[in-house]
Design a protein around this ligand. Structure first.
Ligand code: NAG
Ligand code: NAG
Length: 274
């Protein structure tokens, strides 16, 4: 504890330094060349910066937005709505998960319109993504095609472990799921633009009728399958361990788009945010 407070004090000193240095630094803060040894600015207590390493070795310094002072908790599970369409002018949304036991996470689902990013924010935490295995070209499903319901299920599912310091990416139309690979302390999902977030996270908790859940979540553009049939049943969690997921590497340009949305939407929170 003493060490922590010393660290906090040291960080504050660093923050002041970083702020004045930034004024003279003409390099755009989020854009870093390949190499991986680059530091990120510290950010602020309200808007910390996370240093992310991409598959190609490039660094992206992602500055988070402020979060709601009173985030709404999801009806079930560990999620809370840390930013919603109402307080981001519809530009992005964030769900924050705290204390996620290893193995916990949502059932398979997809987002017809939203792009989603997945990021553990505590050192030592790892999230395991599940999606179509990488041995065949990744299928994107448009509205009206529902794997296991009117088109074949995703034949083979693979996994991708995403530790702290990395960020996973799922573009629209890709069936996916995630589970905590460790007992995770803090995990963040960021959505562009995130109108789907509250209904899609809350509806599956409301019933055991899989068709009703599928229909209601589909109304929000996020078909959710509580039977896991789209991944050939709940055993996908172990079946996927022998294969790698074919999720695309997180594109640098998509992180630029996310950062722009965060920066532009942050001011829409007013006093609701810390
Ligand atoms: C968003 O704002 C509208 C209009 O004020 C309100 O009816 C709705 O409940 C809000 N939604 C959330 C998720 O806060
Ligand atoms: C998570 O915590 C539980 C309870 O403390 C422990 O039994 C389990 O081994 C932990 N799992 C992992 C993957 O660390």
């Amino acid at each position: 504890m003493v060490r922590l407070s010393m660290l906090a004090a040291a960080l504050c000193v660093l923050l002041v330094g970083a702020a004045s240095a930034a004024a003279q630094d003409s390099t755009p803060q989020h854009f870093k060349p390949p190499g991986g040894s680059h530091r990120c600015r510290t950010g602020t207590k309200e808007r910390p910066v996370h240093r992310l390493t991409l598959d190609n070795g490039r660094t992206f310094c992602l500055q988070l937005p402020r979060l709601l002072k009173n985030p709404e908790k999801a009806v079930a599970g560990t999620a809370s709505f840390a930013r919603t369409y109402n307080d981001t002018c519809g530009m992005f949304a964030i769900t924050l998960h705290k204390s996620i036991p290893a193995g916990a996470g949502p059932v398979p689902h997809l987002h017809l319109a939203d792009t989603e990013f997945f990021m553990p924010t505590t050192p030592g935490d790892t999230v395991r993504m599940f999606a179509q295995a990488d041995d065949t070209p990744l299928m994107t499903y448009p509205a009206g095609q529902m794997p296991a319901f009117n088109v074949p299920p995703v034949a083979k599912v693979g996994h991708l472990d995403v530790p702290y310091g990395r960020i996973a990416y799922s573009p629209p139309g890709i069936p996916h799921s995630w589970k905590a690979a460790t007992n995770m302390t803090n995990f963040m999902a960021l959505w562009l633009n995130g109108f789907v977030m509250i209904p899609s996270v809350n509806v599956p908790a409301m019933g055991s009728d899989y068709l009703q859940v599928l229909y209601e979540t589909s109304a929000w553009g996020s078909p959710t399958d509580i039977t896991s049939a789209m991944f050939n049943g709940p055993q996908f969690v172990t079946d996927a361990l022998s294969r790698r997921a074919g999720l695309p590497p997180t594109p640098f340009d998509e992180l630029v788009r996310l950062q722009k949305a965060i920066d532009a939407g942050d001011k829409c929170c007013g006093d609701l945010c810390a």
